[in-house]
Design a protein around this ligand. Structure first.
Ligand code: GLU
Length: 456
């Protein structure tokens, strides 16, 4: 079987870390099995979907490196949906309803008061042609529900417990009782379609073999398996991964704007830090920084994602980001450093990467080695001698130890009493990258001036 998966966001908002989890698990699954990864834009909600947001989603995926083999959008497939809807109408599986939201709400309250399950009572199925005509003459437009196969033939309107089962890639044996659900609305009064139906039509038409999505869709799956059956198609294999939750255990809401991919990018996070975390949280693998998607593809197996909610912690993302940078080879950052105006080459990168939490922090260290700074003179005598004893150029990584050995012998200072004042004078900072690497980058002239307390 050739694997085909899809990531199906609605372009009603930008991607956030929760969507990234679904996207990357699908992408890695396709990579692992040499399959196809489809980007499907679920844009049947014309009121809320925009082209700008669709483009934003593409940009986010590209930035993350989650490239797709094929793009589809639901808004371009209305003719196909119409054709299938006609078929289902003829087969009696779609039926028109006219109740308003208020009418349904009143009925729901009545059912609850009587201790009945608040599901749609299929009253619309009892309407005669004449009653329907009358309602339409009053200006009511129908919307359409999918009639679930959940009744006993002796009483075709009354639902009875009906178990839909499947073996889920993540959750193993799953059961949804579609006898406890309302027939879902799949076509709105304005004729536009709802995702429940269009997703199934697309999955059939595009040959999707595995539907990997969040566990908030488990109940949908019960309904959608019945839709596959109604359309005479074999359902795909389903895998419902656990959702990311915040440190408080609550679902990450879409409103957490600072967790959008765009905001994380803006905040200086690396794509692979975001992807490593999104893919590994809640799996049996350690949550660690990985340098490439291929590396992750060898590691991540959807079947080993745990059912427990995966706790997302921003501090962990920051830590992973830092670890990723600490090991990042120069060729991966060369262009980005140049864009930041950093021209120190590989030597500079290797000197500072171990001190970065975000790549943009490199600019601060670039300024320390290449721009005037105000030195801090803590031990004037030591700094004066240090300036006098600076070795002649050219400097390299050995210079520091030769110089400080001489200084130790000359001044009797050692350990912190020697190194701390030198760091403060040379960098103006309490902490930072190793001085043996920084010193050659600072260079003899600047070093001499700074040790004398001059802005240089
Ligand atoms: N558009 C749906 C969503 O974003 C897709 C769900 C699915 O993968 O089937 O929730």
């Amino acid at each position: 079987m050739t694997v085909t998966v899809r990531f199906a966001p609605s372009p009603t908002g930008r991607l956030h870390i929760g969507n990234v989890r679904t996207a990357v698990l699908n992408w890695l699954f396709a990579r692992r099995y040499g399959g196809t990864f489809i980007l499907r834009l679920d844009d049947t909600d014309v009121q809320r979907s925009t082209e700008e947001l669709a483009q934003g989603i593409r940009d986010d995926l590209k930035w993350l490196g989650l490239t797709w083999d094929r793009e589809e959008r639901q808004s371009a497939r209305t003719a196909r949906y119409d054709e299938i809807a006609e078929k289902l109408k003829r087969a009696g599986r779609l039926y028109p309803c006219y109740e308003t939201a208020e009418e349904l709400e009143r009925r729901r309250k009545r059912q609850l008061a009587r201790g009945l399950p608040p599901i749609y009572d299929r009253a619309a199925l009892k309407l005669t042609d004449e009653e329907r005509r009358k309602l339409e003459a009053e200006g009511r437009r129908p919307y359409w529900r999918f009639r679930l196969a959940n009744t006993d033939p002796s009483d075709p309107l009354k639902p009875q417990p009906t178990l839909v089962t499947w073996v889920d890639l993540v959750r193993r044996d799953q059961t949804v009782d579609v006898g406890s659900l309302s027939d879902p609305v799949v076509i709105r009064t304005d004729g536009t379609y709802l995702y429940t139906l269009t997703s199934v039509i697309d999955d059939i038409d595009f040959g999707v073999t595995h539907v990997i999505r969040g566990e908030d869709h488990v109940t949908n799956t019960g309904v959608q398996i019945q839709l596959f059956e109604a359309l005479g198609a074999e359902p795909p294999i389903f895998g419902h991964h656990s959702l990311l939750v915040g440190a408080d255990g609550q679902a990450l809401s879409k409103r957490m704007g600072h967790l959008s991919v765009a905001a994380l990018r803006e905040a200086g996070f690396e794509p692979m830090a975001i992807l490593s975390l999104a893919a590994l949280l809640g799996t049996s693998e350690a949550v660690e920084a990985h340098q490439s998607l291929d590396e992750l593809a060898h590691l991540v197996d959807v079947e080993r994602v745990s059912r427990a909610p995966a706790r997302f912690d921003e501090a962990e993302l920051r830590a992973i980001n830092a670890r990723l940078l600490h090991e990042m080879p120069y060729d991966k950052v060369r262009d980005r450093l140049e864009n930041l105006g950093i021209t120190g080459g590989e030597a500079f990168w290797l000197a500072v990467r171990g001190n970065l939490s975000r790549l943009t922090d490199a600019a601060e260290w670039w300024a320390v080695v290449s721009q005037p700074i105000t030195p801090v003179i803590e031990d004037e005598e030591l700094c004066r001698r240090a300036a006098e004893l600076l070795p002649p150029a050219p400097w390299n990584e050995e210079t520091w130890s030769a110089w400080t050995k001489t200084l130790q012998a000359e001044t009797g200072r050692k350990g912190r009493a020697l190194f701390h004042p030198l760091r403060l004078a040379l960098t103006g900072r309490e902490q930072g990258p190793e001085l043996k690497s920084l010193l050659p980058l600072i260079g003899p002239e600047r070093a001499a001036s700074r040790l004398k307390g001059e802005v240089a």
